[in-house]
Write a protein of this length. Structure first.
Length: 549
């Protein structure tokens, strides 16, 4: 179903103090100077110590793993009632702004970043809530015209405002409130306090029982479902169909939903049926009047960009024709995410929100996510002691994300020497991930390693076990391998250059592991052109590398 205008309520921010007339009269007095003063960098430090310690005392499913059935509409599912009771104690801050709610197996963070930047370019004050983070938990709440992480002092002060009420909720719920629930409530409190015009909210797990799914239709601008895959399969019911049911839980009555994909017909049918029952208009990025193409990759200022076209000409929507769009977010999957964000912008435009074509282009082109398909510049690589390689970091950890990573490596780096440095959590599909990365642009070296997952080693698969899985995946597709075993950074020579080399190194500092991977392809290949070292498999591994830069 397209987006019939007779179903669209004008998109006026529902507080009378945020009307267009009010904003025009008082724009000089509003938030820009306040935001620019508040937004800054910095690490946790002393200002964040109490908040971090408080959160660490709560149950953290990112660390201990998500229970079976936790994201389903069942007796085992997460209890949204306690989240509502917590927010009620805080004055229901999530009801004081409009929200865009995003669920999906992959692409949520990218779509959130794209649409947030589009709206910021239009001049709106936007709050964005995503997870997980790379370097600091403050990244999960981004604010201001540049979308930077919330400053430590501001977050700490706002936490102190509501700490007593959170304490009361934790006590009344007998300690059942989780790290994610409390931090989500705090994010809503931040956005309410800062009077954001609109918040872009990424669901954590599934949708129906996720802590973010307290947003009602009266506060919802639109929903976005990016993709349906098998990640967190057991927590979401055990099938793609049950996952689709969980994700479609974010659809609300009479509010539009943008769907991505590609999706299996029965999976898409589940989402569309939910939307039909709730009278929610559906806009699919695979609508025949929407087209996109990835034309070429180009290096600009040391960084690869992809040149794309996006064209949309849908009845009752603003026509969009974006030629030679320069995306810093690489891969065909990121082009699909950009198309989703553009569809979302058109839906907002149809609800009375000003969103220009110029803002859409600028927002898409200027989006870049740390640790996601990120090529480090030469000066950044030099900071960790490697001057003669390209360094790509990407937190891919599923078969689908491995496919996107393979496409980018093949397009950008072609036949130059390639080393992969890989660490993964224990609950991932290691074999499918390995097989996907080995099936496209075959690497010359794979260095398996380990990293603490969410603060501990218990959720990380050992490098030795991971190496055995990768070797089996290589043999399954007919690749001849050479197993170097456990090695140290002092290694000088790699025998048998005709075979794919596997090795394990876990105890050295992360920069030494990168240097070792670089050395392995140099010693092995003895070629003049610079090689590529790709660090992947876990955002925690990416974080450990970025922390030394």
């Amino acid at each position: 179903m397209l987006y019939p205008p007779n179903l669209l309520r004008p998109f006026y921010l529902h507080s009378p103090f945020r009307s267009t007339r009010y904003r025009a009269l008082f724009a000089p007095l509003r938030l820009p100077r306040l935001f620019s003063a508040m937004v800054g960098g910095g690490d946790h430090g002393a200002e964040m110590a109490e908040l971090v310690e408080y959160l660490e005392g709560l149950k953290n499913y990112e660390r201990i793993g998500v229970p079976r059935g936790a994201g389903t509409e069942s007796d085992d599912g997460f209890d949204l009632g306690r989240m509502r009771r917590l927010l009620s104690r805080l004055g229901d801050p999530h009801t004081r702004f409009k929200s865009i709610h995003i669920a999906g197996t992959k692409g949520k963070g990218s779509v959130a970043a794209f649409i947030s930047n589009i709206l910021r370019k239009e001049g709106y004050q936007v709050g964005t809530y995503t997870s997980p983070h790379i370097m600091t938990i403050r990244e999960r709440i981004s604010i201001g015209k540049e979308g930077k992480p919330i400053p430590a002092d501001l977050l700490s002060n706002l936490f102190q405002q509501v700490k007593g009420k959170i304490d009361d909720s934790v006590a009344s719920e007998n300690g059942a409130l989780s790290h994610f629930e409390v931090f989500t409530a705090l994010a809503f409190h931040v956005f309410s306090h800062l009077m954001v015009d609109i918040a872009v909210i990424e669901a954590g797990l599934g949708g129906a029982r996720d802590a973010t799914n307290v947003i009602r239709s009266s506060e919802l601008a639109l929903s976005i479902i990016t993709s349906i895959g098998k990640e967190h399969l057991e927590a979401l019911g055990g099938s793609l169909q049950s996952i689709a049911m969980a994700k479609s839980g974010i659809i609300k009555e009479d509010r539009p939903v943008v769907i991505g994909g590609p999706l299996e017909p029965d999976v898409e049918g589940i989402i569309r049926e939910r939307a039909r029952l709730l009278h929610s208009p559906v806009l699919s990025t695979f609508h025949p009047c929407i087209s996109s193409s990835l034309k070429q990759y180009r290096i600009e200022y040391e960084i690869p960009v992809q040149i794309c076209d996006i064209h949309m000409e849908i009845k009752n929507h603003m026509e969009i024709d974006l030629r030679d769009l320069k995306l810093q977010m690489l891969g065909s999957h990121q082009l699909r995410n950009a198309v989703m964000a553009t569809c979302a912008a058109l839906c907002l435009h149809n609800q009375g929100l000003t969103v220009s074509k110029e803002s859409i282009r600028a927002g898409l082109e200027q989006t870049r996510l740390q640790g996601r398909m990120q090529f480090l510049m030469k000066r950044e690589a030099s900071a960790i002691g490697v001057d003669n390689i390209s360094l790509l970091i990407d937190g891919a950890h599923t078969e689908a994300s491995a496919k996107g990573l393979s496409e980018v490596i093949e397009a950008v780096h072609q036949d130059r020497p390639l080393a992969l440095v890989v660490a993964m959590a224990s609950d991932k599909d290691h074999f499918s991930f390995a097989k996907q990365l080995l099936s496209a642009r075959k690497p010359d070296v794979v260095l398996l390693t380990e990293v603490n997952i969410a603060g501990g080693k218990s959720r990380a698969i050992s490098a030795v076990d991971l190496k055995e899985i990768w070797i089996k995946a290589a043999q399954d597709i007919g690749i001849d391998v050479f197993d170097l075993g456990v090695i140290s950074p002092e290694l000088e020579e790699v025998p048998d250059r005709s075979r794919l080399v596997f090795a394990v190194c876990s105890n050295a500092p992360i920069k030494d592991r990168i240097a070792l991977a670089s050395k392995l392809i140099q010693v092995r290949e003895k070629r003049d052109e610079p090689g590529l070292v790709c660090v992947t498999g876990s955002l925690h591994l990416v974080s450990s590398l970025l922390s030394v830069l």
